[in-house]
Design a protein around this ligand. Structure first.
Ligand code: F6R
Length: 610
């Protein structure tokens, strides 16, 4: 949700900020803007649209000045237009601010400012903060004090960067609820929403903590709490390479990330899975091993795709470890005063590690005494840091807004977690070995699916113009059906629903006619015959069936209109292999419809607002 870049140093700031914003566009792409401090004051260029739209009308390299800020927006307050684009300034145009988050009490502050005679140019909560800082500066005469005093009154979330003509050799950053990192260069410093915007300049970063401020000058930086208590910052190394955040010859990040899955999946079990012993070593869970052994209940909390992975996790953990599992939308969990006991283990699953609802859910769980584990992709992210222990996904940076490789990595980690718990309980070495062997084969099986995409492209071509899709699966593949439907609606804007296949006759069957394609996930498991009956029910009503089936299934081509074959694996791992053609189907349908696959409308990758 919104990307922020700030720079202070000796280089021309504007092009550097704009190239950082491009890397952050996955966080929002409704409007973009830069502000650079020049000898004539603040020069601000901002427009509705993408960063490249701004570049097409403004000669960015010609903007002189080596202190500046930039912003790419995902609209919360106010439509995406030029006026609502960041940076925003105070009344006199001497202080500029970029903001990621929501100022919940902005109307109260705005009223106060209006009664003091201040006026506003935008509909945003962010401008209110900029004007408020400007007003405070008039009495305090010190930018840091003005920012600090304003933030003390603010309710809500923010990652902000502020600069001012009054104190031109300084930028100030502060965060609460929205991530910010400092990039530590040689005589230059950056601040950004995440490491992708600074890695081209430095690998040394400081993760700003909750309620922390940073004061950056050309000769150094200091950090303190918003309440003005000095803090000690730890410089860390960025955990990925620049190439990993580039498209590398693929048309879209989404496609690149789909094709990375043989590697990312293997990275998820490398050094963890011991196929000989049928066991798993998850070093990150060592601090909570006893709590896990004694856990009476596991609650998985997450949003979106990560929540779907959590549903598969429920089946896996209950099957292997025989511990009751509940899967909760983080957004619901946090607000309904959930019953949480001290011997509960709460697992937060998140690609970004910054999702506001998931973060709030784990804070609630910690407050109530539960042990909280993170399954997170982004190293050093807020959820990773706030959990008691965790397992990283090791999927590498995921840029495409539609999550793909993170999902399969989540399933990889959840499977190992279930085996890890299971081996503490009733799962034998032999059972563990069978599962581990099957898991080790997955990367090569994914490669085989990726080597044969023509049938998927043909199906995409045939169904690209329909208005609705139904996705059905049972058992482990019910969540896979939900995930397939989510992928399609996100990037192609076709309405799609996922259902447990057996639920179809309790309602959705009314939708079936010759215009309704139904995707069935139909591996040969213990409920295969039931799925075949469901397929027959759809065919009997002239529905069009696209089946994802095992490559040795000779029966299914006789009942389905189209079959996408995937290699055979054990039932527990079938949602992993099924998700690959579902991702590809969504991708190719979106392409057929001319949609912007990497930046679907209204979405942003990292949902750091409620
Ligand atoms: C779907 C998608 C979203 C995210 C959700 C949670 O493709 O990407 O549904 O899964 O916003 O995000 P994380 O996993 O970062 O917490």
């Amino acid at each position: 949700m919104c990307g922020i870049v700030g720079y202070i140093g000796t280089q021309t700031a504007a092009p550097l900020i704009v190239s950082g914003l491009k890397r952050l566009e996955y966080r929002g792409y409704d409007s973009a803007g830069v502000c650079v401090l020049s000898k004539d004051g603040l020069r601000i260029e901002k427009r509705a649209g993408r960063v490249k739209d701004l570049e097409s009308i403004v000669d960015i390299p010609s903007i002189a000045g080596n202190v500046g800020v930039g912003h790419t927006r995902w609209a919360t307050h106010g439509v995406p237009n030029d006026a609502n684009a960041h940076p925003h300034t105070d009344q006199d145009g001497n202080i500029a601010l970029v903001h990621n988050g929501i100022i919940e009490n902005y109307l109260t502050i705005k009223k106060k400012l209006e009664s003091a005679g201040y006026t506003f140019r935008s509909d945003t909560d962010s401008e209110v903060l900029a004007v408020f800082i400007g007003m405070l500066y008039k009495t305090l005469g010190n930018l840091e004090a003005a920012v600090r005093t304003a933030l003390a009154e603010v309710e809500g979330t923010f990652g902000i960067v502020v600069l001012s003509v009054h104190e031109p050799d300084m930028i100030i950053a502060a965060r609460r609820g929205s991530p910010l990192i400092l990039g530590i260069g040689d005589g230059e410093y950056l601040v950004a929403s995440d490491a992708s915007a600074v890695i081209a300049h430095t690998r040394q970063v400081v993760y700003l903590q909750e309620n922390e401020m940073a004061i950056l000058t050309r000769s150094g930086f200091s950090t303190k709490t918003i309440e003005n208590v000095d803090t000690r910052s730890v410089v860390e190394e960025i955990a990925f390479e620049l190439e990993q955040i580039e498209r590398g010859g693929f048309d879209h990040f989404m496609l690149k990330e789909i094709y990375e899955q043989p590697i990312t999946f293997r990275d998820g079990f490398r050094g963890r899975l011991n196929a000989e012993e049928g066991s798993v070593r998850l070093g990150g869970l060592a601090p909570v091993a006893d709590k896990l052994r004694q856990a009476k209940r596991i609650i998985i909390t997450a949003c979106g795709t990560s929540w779907h992975a959590g549903l598969v996790g429920e089946y896996l953990i209950e099957q292997l470890a025989r511990i009751p599992v509940e899967v909760e939308y983080a957004s619901e969990f946090r607000y309904r005063n959930p019953i949480i006991n001290q011997d509960d283990v709460v697992i937060a699953i998140s690609q970004s590690g910054e999702t506001a609802d998931t973060l709030a859910a784990i804070r609630e769980a910690k407050l109530k005494g539960a042990t909280v584990i993170g399954m997170v992709n982004v190293v050093g992210s807020t959820i990773a840091r706030e959990t008691d222990a965790g397992v990283y996904l090791h999927a590498g940076p995921e840029i495409g807004v539609a999550s793909t490789k993170a999902f399969t990595s989540q399933l990889c980690v959840l499977t190992q977690f279930a085996l890890f718990l299971g081996r503490m309980k009733a799962v034998s070495a032999q059972q563990g070995k069978e599962l581990a062997d099957a898991l080790e084969q997955i990367p090569e099986q994914i490669t085989r699916i990726l080597d044969n995409v023509e049938p998927i492209k043909a199906i995409a071509h045939e169904y690209a113009q329909v208005s609705n899709f139904l996705y059905l699966g049972r058992g482990y593949n019910f969540p896979a059906a939900l995930e397939g439907a989510l992928k399609l609606k996100e990037i192609s804007y076709i309405h799609a629903e996922g259902y447990p296949a057996a639920e179809m006759k309790h309602g959705p069957i009314a939708l079936i006619d010759e215009n309704m394609p139904v995707v069935f996930i139909a591996p040969k498991d213990e409920i295969y015959d039931k799925i075949i009956s469901n397929i027959e029910e759809v065919r009997a009503r002239n529905g069009r069936v696209i089946a994802i089936a095992d490559d040795d299934d000779e029966h299914i081509p006789r009942v389905a209109n189209h079959v996408i074959h995937v290699p055979r694996t054990i039932p527990m791992l079938t949602p992993i292999l099924a998700s690959i053609p579902l991702q590809l189907l969504a991708y190719y349908i979106a392409l057929e419809r001319g949609c912007n696959v990497d930046m679907p409308r209204n979405l942003a990758k990292s949902v750091t607002v409620e």
